[in-house]
Every structure is written in structure tokens, then in C-alpha cells.
Ligand binder design. Structure first.
Ligand code: HEM
Length: 406
């Protein structure tokens, strides 16, 4: 299901976020993710929720061959489509990556409905951020503790990856009102309120950074690298194991190629870049635009709408109020710090395990889309540093070289 690009003023889009399937409470997360589908879809639900376990005992593939072809038209509404996508994505990835004897054809009982469900959501038929984060968290008690709805391989240890990211999304959601206030105050030229909005954004980014570093609390880098990452992998030119892609039986005789799941598919950081006017290098920008194809359609359209709306950066540059420029710079510095922490997390969870001799032969240290991820992440960080405005009397912000042994 796609939404029309909003033709109204920026304040209208921020006030009507639901047009883009965004919630004022939970941001890009699905507000009420379902735990169950109607009874007719029980075969998907049973297999999807047990896929990781069956994969571990190498019994999943034979179960997939027994799966009936169900009619996806009987799904009703966004929530059911999202859960169906996650169940089928989990089944498909466990099917493909169960062992070293990798199949080249995805059976039609999975391929046909998954392809059409993906089209409805404006997504690609591959395990993506919606599956591991946006539609994955179920409240289990009144304190809002969360549990994953459809476990991935390595669960319960690997659940932490999804749970941390869900919290990052919630951290972002708390800052949505500040962004609305920023556009509101630009409109009314209320610079005092603009500064408050910018301070709110700075705090939001700092919260997101702190949450990101909580990954270390319960996720072992070796488990992430050896169990979760191979499961997330897509198929196509970037994949060493399935470079020609995957045939979707009943859909296409030509193999389809898609990159796999990555937190880079979170819209949060791309929205912050768009609001703050951070411009990336041509190569990085190409990848960041490409991964929008792996975001739900409404979120992709929202990014486009923010990017093509009025520029906060131009407003700040023209402002006579130093406090506005300082507050804007503080947001960028917080985003630089987020990107520094994130780069270090990525090094610990991908680069270092890949340098371990035993693990090196099996998996690669490339990013999800085959990128050299260290130079890519250094570049997005470097461009954020470059966006900081030089103010009279301020010491220039230097792009300190991070010492990473690649
Ligand atoms: C174990 C934890 C994590 C690892 C190993 C990791 C790894 C990576 C890697 C390798 C990339 C390069 C591009 C790609 O492969 O798609 C990347 C990009 C990215 N990741 Fe993560 N990541 C982690 C957690 C997070 C979290 C918690 C967030 C929060 C939203 C996040 C947001 C991003 C973003 C926005 C990009 C795009 C680059 C940028 O905008 O600077 N990642 N990540």
C-alpha cells in the first residue's frame, strides 16, 4: 500500500504523520504489532515462529516443501500484512541459509504470497528492518517490557539486537514533537522556541547514542557475527554464497537480487540528516538512497517530503541569533558522537570477528550491500562534522581520524 506524497505545508505533514504510517507515540515502529494472524494462516505462523529452531536441527527445509499455498488476499490491513511479511521472511531466510547446500529456488508456497505482501507494503521480498525491528516488539507487561514476536536464529541471545533497536526507535519518537516545534517556530520566526526544539533534538540523538552502546550488555559479538548476520544476508551480486540471486517460483524464472537486513534501513538517522541538512558524498548518498527501497513505502515518502521541504540549515545560516546557530551545531555534534559510537560498535561486531582466523573463512567483513563499511561509516561521520557551522570565536570542529585497523 503506498501513500500519496503530501502537497501541504511542512507543519501539515508533521501534524498528519499517520498519512505516512508514522506514529506520534512510537515513530516508525508499528503502533500495534500483531502476535497472531487469523486461523487460516496458522501454517505460516507455526512455521515462522519455529523456523529458527527447525533450522538449527536442519529440519526447516523439508517443512517448507510441505507448506500449502495460501491466499494472501485474505489478509486484512497493514498489521496483518506486516506480521505475514515477517513470518514469511523468517521462513525464507531459514530455508535458504539452513546449511551449506544452498537452494537456488524459493518454493511457490512462500515465494508467491511473500512477493505480493512485500508489494503491498512497498518493500522488497527479503528480511528487512521491518521484520527485525519495526513490527517485532510485543509488550509483555504493564511496564512496557518487550519480547520479540518471531524469533531469529540464536534467540533468545540474539533478541537483544531487535530490542535495543526498538528502544532506539522509541528514543527517536520522543523527539518528534521537537521537530514539529522547529518547523513551527521557523514559520513564526520564534527563535526562542526554535532553540528549545533544537535542544530537544540534541537530547534525542544523545539518548539514541546511549541506547546503541547498550548492545554490549547482552549481545556477544561472536554470536551476532556468526549466527545473526549470516541469517540477515540477502542474495545477489553482493552475496558470496548466492551471487546470482534467488528464483521466486511462480513469480520469476530470473533470479531476484536484494541486499539483506541492516539497521542502516532505520529511517531515524536519515530523517535527522534531512532535517539538519547533512549532505553525504556521492557514493554514500547512493547507498543511503538505495536502502530506502527496504523501508516501508510511507517512510520512504516521508523522507522525500522532509528533504524537499524548507531548509532549517538555510534558516539557521541567515539567522542573526548566535544562540540558534549554537543550538543547531550542538545537534550536529550529537549526531557526530552518535556516528562515532556506532562506528565503534560496528567494528566490534563485524570487523573484529572477521579478523579472527577461524571465522574469516566463512563470512565477510563487508557491509550489507557489499560496501567497505568502515570507510562508508567514516565518510557519513566526516560529512556530519563538515556540516557544523563555523562561528566567530569558536574552535573549529576537527574530523579526528579514528584509529581503526582494517
Ligand atoms: C550490533 C550492532 C550494529 C552493527 C554491527 C551495525 C553495523 C553497521 C554496518 C556494517 C553498517 C554499514 C552499512 C550496512 O552494512 O548496511 C551500518 C550502517 C548504519 N547503521 Fe548500524 N550497526 C549496528 C547498530 C545500529 C544501530 C543501533 C543503529 C541505530 C539506528 C544503526 C544505524 C545505522 C545507520 C543509520 C547506518 C547508515 C550509515 C550512517 O547513516 O551513518 N546501526 N551499521
Amino acid at each position: 500500500m503506498t501513500t500519496a506524497v503530501c502537497q501541504t505545508t511542512p507543519l501539515e505533514w508533521w501534524r498528519h504523520l499517520e498519512t505516512f504510517n508514522i506514529s506520534h507515540q512510537v515513530g516508525f515502529l508499528l503502533e500495534n504489532p500483531l502476535d497472531h494472524l487469523p486461523g487460516y494462516f496458522l501454517p505460516w505462523e507455526k512455521l515462522g515462529k519455529n523456523a529458527a529452531q527447525l533450522m538449527a536441527s536442519r529440519k526447516l527445509r523439508s517443512e517448507v516443501y510441505k507448506l500449502p499455498l495460501l491466499d494472501f488476499h485474505l489478509l486484512n490491513g497493514q498489521e496483518e500484512y506486516c506480521l505475514a511479511h515477517t513470518l514469511l521472511a523468517t521462513i525464507a531466510h531459514c530455508f535458504v541459509w539452513q546449511d551449506n547446500d544452498i537452494p537456488k529456488i524459493l518454493p511457490k508456497a512462500v515465494a508467491i504470497p511473500w512477493f505480493h505482501i512485500s508489494q503491498y507494503l512497498g518493500l522488497n521480498p527479503v528480511y528487512c528492518y521491518l521484520d527485525c525491528v519495526l513490527a517485532m516488539g510485543r509488550k509483555v507487561d504493564p511496564n512496557s517490557n518487550l519480547e520479540v514476536i518471531c524469533p531469529a536464529p540464536g534467540s533468545p541471545h540474539t533478541d537483544w539486537f531487535s530490542l535495543v533497536l526498538i528502544q532506539v526507535e522509541l528514543d527517536f519518537a520522543k523527539g518528534i514533537q521537537d521537530i514539529v516545534d522547529i518547523y513551527d517556530s521557523m514559520d513564526s520566526e520564534d527563535e526562542r522556541r526554535l532553540i528549545l526544539g533544537l535542544k530537544g533534538i540534541e537530547n534525542t540523538v544523545r539518548r539514541m547514542q546511549q541506547t546503541t552502546t547498550r548492545m554490549y550488555e547482552r549481545l556477544d559479538p561472536a554470536v551476532f557475527y556468526n549466527v545473526l548476520r549470516p541469517f540477515y544476508e540477502g542474495w545477489g551480486a553482493h552475496s558470496k554464497l548466492l551471487p546470482e540471486g534467488l528464483i521466486f517460483e511462480g513469480i520469476s524464472d530470473t533470479p531476484l537480487q536484494f541486499v539483506g537486513g541492516s539497521a542502516a534501513q532505520s529511517s531515524t538517522i536519515q530523517v535527522l540528516d534531512a532535517v539538519l541538512g547533512v549532505e553525504h558524498s556521492e557514493d554514500a548518498d547512493r547507498y543511503l538512497k538505495q536502502i530506502r527501497e527496504y523501508m516501508p513505502a510511507g517512510h520512504r515518502e516521508f523522507l522525500y517530503t522532509v528533504e524537499t521541504g524548507p531548509s532549517l540549515k538555510t534558516y539557521v545560516q541567515q539567522s542573526q541569533h548566535d544562540g540558534v546557530k549554537t543550538a543547531y551545531n550542538q545537534c550536529l555534534k550529537a549526531l557526530v558522537d552518535f556516528r562515532t559510537s556506532h562506528l565503534l560498535v560496528a567494528v566490534d561486531y563485524v570487523l573484529k570477528p572477521s579478523q579472527n582466523k577461524e571465522e574469516r573463512q566463512h563470512h565477510s567483513a563487508q557491509g550489507t550491500g557489499g560496501t567497505n563499511f568502515v570507510s562508508f561509516l567514516k565518510s557519513t561521520r566526516g560529512r556530519t562534522v563538515r556540516s557544523v557551522l563555523q562561528l566567530d570565536g569558536d574552535t573549529p570542529v576537527v574530523n579526528k581520524e579514528l584509529n581503526i585497523n582494517t
